[in-house]
Design a protein around this ligand. Structure first.
Ligand code: SAH
Ligand code: F3S
Length: 484
């Protein structure tokens, strides 16, 4: 059993993304996104760029002039899914000969020109830092030539592009703040596909949030592969900070400061962020969370393994003991904090003892949520080059099931802690199971469903929690919260 894809709703994987159409736009774009939330947000940037080129979005593949698929390389399964989608596009292209097909994102970056050889139907290959080149690349394609741009950038943050919100609920939205990752975990393909780490100008971040607030959005999630390493000192790569001028260093903005700025500037807006990294997070971030009611008390803090041997082999820059100390500090500063993990089972050389260490660490923390995966070797990573993927698949599967079962127990333990309490929830949509019920999330990111009554999408309401499963709370609204 593959567990839910992280952060994002599994149900939106690969769903055609649409937005309001403009009258003067005559061409039709069909765009699908796989993988992380960053990809979803990148697709919104791509839609904004193509909107200016005369493209409206469509949900009907057969009528598209241009089909774009934003791809993920994180595990082999993610790539297999995209290959299958390409076959589907190919069938449609046989009928609609003028349709062009482009591959965006991490697979584009990883495979580059090889894509054109391997997948004959692909006309266009564009890496995550090259979306502004799309208008030029499309000209090439329309002139009958293949077009490829997979150049990674030291500067590009798309800070000057105002994303077109796709499939939006009008209540919650994502704003990216960093791109790339410099951590080089040995199993991970991200540093190769998304390039070096760079941060976006806080001014453009605040402007984008302002425009979302003006349009009545209530919750903003700040996005990055590694948000804790956010550092703005006038632009450029994080690793060049020590070479920056004294002035630039003195006026630099780190992640804790950015959070503080956002929460202060927009006191009625809820803020979340993802993803945090144990080796880069500072306690200042936790203090900023404690200081501001509108910064949600939820931390996605992947650890990958509870074993020191594995953490070392993975090149995670902390020990199990340091992680535990961090967790203790977090609960000391914010006792109501909700935590989630990412875990990889069956990494190279993982023994039963290592696996037991992971289970023990989970029992110590009792995460509210978890995203768990079997190790999937990715070409080009240090693990693929230097280590042996030696844990048999059946063993990986069994260990995965064990951590999933344990996570399920902890999730139930955590949801039960909400029983009997009255908590604030932001209404963000209709319950999937019952059209007469809203669903919303509290500060801890726990979902509740409750009768709609006279309340509206985007309202902050107080809900008495009366029942729960390991995933969902059920309750009754007792009134508006004072945040409306
Ligand atoms: N910092 C990133 C992490 C990206 S990868 C973020 O913003 O989310 C997301 C998760 O996928 C990782 O935390 C890890 O648990 C898992 N993962 C990464 N590479 C993997 C691999 N080769 N095999 C299995 N799982 C992997
Ligand atoms: Fe990947 Fe590690 Fe960065 S998991 S995204 S290299 S923090």
């Amino acid at each position: 059993m593959e567990y839910v894809e992280k952060i994002i709703d599994e149900k939106i994987q690969g769903k055609a993304l649409v937005t309001e159409n403009k009258k003067n736009n005559t061409k039709k774009l069909f765009i699908e996104s796989y993988g992380c939330q960053m990809n979803m947000n990148d697709s919104e940037i791509v839609a904004a760029i193509l909107d200016k080129e005369g493209y409206n979005t469509t949900q009907i593949l057969e009528e598209a002039d241009l089909v774009l698929v934003n791809t993920c390389s994180i595990r082999e399964k993610a790539e297999t899914t995209v290959r299958k989608r390409l076959q589907k596009y190919n069938a449609v292209k046989q009928v609609n000969k003028n349709m062009k097909v482009g591959v965006l994102g991490c697979m584009a970056e990883r495979l580059k020109e090889k894509f054109l050889e391997e997948e004959k139907i692909v006309d266009l290959v564009v890496g995550p830092d090259a979306y502004k080149d799309l208008p030029n690349l499309l000209e090439e394609v329309n002139a009958g030539r293949d077009a490829v741009n997979v150049i990674l950038s030291k500067e590009e943050t798309y800070g000057d592009i105002s994303p077109v919100r796709l499939n939006s609920n009008g209540v919650t939205a994502f704003v990216s703040i960093t791109r790339g990752c410099d951590n080089m975990c040995t199993f991970c393909v991200v540093p190769f596909t998304r390039g070096r780490e760079r941060s976006r100008d806080p001014k453009s971040i605040i402007e984008e949030i302002q425009s979302m607030v003006d349009r009545n959005f209530k919750e903003i999630t700040l996005l990055g592969q590694n948000v804790d390493s956010f550092l703005w000192f006038g632009g450029g790569l994080k690793k060049d900070f020590s070479k920056a001028s004294e002035m630039a260093q003195a006026t630099a903005v780190n992640f804790a400061q950015l959070l503080d700025m956002c929460a202060t500037e927009f006191p009625k807006t809820r803020f979340r962020f993802a993803t945090s990294n144990p080796q880069d997070i500072s306690l200042d971030v936790i203090h900023a969370m404690a200081k501001h009611k509108n910064i949600c008390k939820y931390l996605h803090l992947p650890v990958q393994s509870g074993s020191n041997n594995m953490l070392k082999a993975m090149n995670r820059q902390h020990t199990r003991e340091e992680y535990i100390e961090l967790i203790d500090n977090i609960f000391r500063i914010v006792p109501e904090m909700s935590l989630s993990q990412d875990m990889i089972v069956g990494f190279c050389g993982e023994t039963e003892e290592d696996h037991q260490d992971t289970l023990d660490l989970m029992k110590y923390v009792k995460y509210d949520f978890g995203f768990m995966f079997t190790y999937s070797e990715r070409p080009g990573t240090l693990a693929a080059k230097k280590m042996v993927d030696d844990v048999p698949f059946a063993v990986k599967k069994r260990r995965l099931q064990e951590i999933i079962d344990l996570q399920q127990e902890h999730a139930l333990y955590r949801t039960q802690q909400h029983l009997g309490k009255v908590e604030e929830f932001l209404i963000e949509g209709t319950s999937k199971k019952n059209p007469n019920e809203w669903k919303g999330r509290n500060t801890q990111n726990t979902v509740a469903v409750f009768d709609k009554g006279d309340y509206k999408l985007g309202d902050f309401v107080m809900v008495k929690v009366e029942d729960c499963t390991s995933a969902t709370l059920k309750g009754t609204v007792v009134g508006y919260s004072d945040n409306n």
